[in-house]
Design a binder for this molecule. Structure first.
Ligand code: BDR
Ligand code: CA
Length: 316
């Protein structure tokens, strides 16, 4: 049986990699894409999602989500990483298509209620839409199959501040709400995504094998590669959003530990994901009443990259 998934996304170059990876995986049924501000605005995110559907040769529900975080003013979009178009400034023609009249949160609530126990939510941006969905209908917490999110950093250095990862710092209040809800969350954060380097040569091979989708991704990725080359001196990019899809396809690629997560919602540590490991007790308030979630710390980078390359390259 295929797994039903909803991808909540701010596309975004690595979001595009994740979404095409998912569309090309027969084990997954992508029910819909919901947009969120982050790499781009929520409006542009929804239009980019339509473009990705067109590239994948399919049409699923695309719903627009929140335009700003819950408890603070929005931070600027990260166009220096993803380009002002979210796709590396490649001037790709925007697809026609209809954006669903429901908000992302409404769409998530309706979909989870329609298929209780079956839907996996995969947020690849700030967690605002998920927090709003929980507010709209708290019962969805007991009805989702799993929430597999890209975000956070426990032991690894952050990528927006020394302690904060981009998706979490963009809405720390929403993230604290999502980590505090009683639903099965798996966090795929920088602790693992910084162990997987997608090299430029792999994207070239994918383009050669799959000129349309691979060509789009490789063109878009050039901006991303430039950013990583300049910022960190690496030949490629870290494998953030697409790592969630690899996890959903094959959790054995990752090693996880359980812990309780709080998110710093103010001060210098804004956006830090702070984990109390399972079994440890602290004479400090704040964590004890939090649910245990799964946090990925180990990853088989070779197998993850092989799976991504295979899925993006094979003839369908
Ligand atoms: C995350 O931040 C965004 O810029 C990427 O798309 C990814 O979701 C990595 O920190
Ligand atoms: Ca993203």
């Amino acid at each position: 049986m295929t797994q039903r998934i909803i991808i909540d996304t701010d596309p975004g170059i690595d979001d595009a990699m994740a979404i095409l990876f998912a569309f090309r995986s027969p084990e997954l049924e992508v029910m819909g894409l919901t947009s969120i501000f982050g790499n781009v605005s929520a409006e542009l995110g929804a239009r980019n999602a339509l473009t990705l559907c067109q590239l994948a040769g399919t049409q699923v529900t695309v719903a627009q989500g929140a335009t700003a975080p819950l408890g603070m003013p929005p931070r600027p979009h990260s166009d220096y990483v993803h380009g002002t178009d979210g796709f590396g400034n490649i001037d790709w023609p925007q697809a026609e298509g209809v954006i669903d009249p429901r908000s992302a949160a409404e769409y998530i609530v309706e979909s989870v209620n329609a298929y209780p126990g079956e839907v996996t939510l995969i947020p690849l941006g700030p967690l605002t839409n998920l927090a709003l969905a929980l507010d709209l209908d708290p019962s969805i917490a007991s009805k989702v199959k799993e929430v597999v999110l890209m975000g956070g950093a426990v032991h690894e250095t952050g990528n927006v501040s020394p302690v904060a990862e981009a998706n979490i710092i963009n809405d720390p209040h929403a993230a604290d709400r999502v980590f505090g809800a009683d639903w099965p969350v798996t966090m795929i954060g920088l602790d693992v995504t910084h162990q997987v380097l997608l090299k430029t040569a792999v994207m070239e091979r994918i383009e050669a094998a799959n000129p349309v989708q691979g060509g789009f991704l490789n063109q878009a990725a050039q901006h991303y590669f430039d950013f990583y080359r300049g910022a960190l001196g690496v030949d490629g990019c870290y494998f953030h959003d697409a790592a969630t899809i690899a996890y959903v396809l094959d959790p054995s690629l990752f090693g996880c530990r359980h812990g309780r997560i709080r998110v710093a919602t103010e001060g210098l540590a804004l956006g830090q994901t702070m984990m109390a490991p399972e079994g440890r007790e602290f004479p400090t308030d704040g964590w004890a009443d939090r649910p245990l979630i799964k946090v990925a710390f180990e990853v088989d980078d070779v197998r993850v990259l092989r799976l991504f390359e295979q899925r993006l390259s094979e003839a369908l």
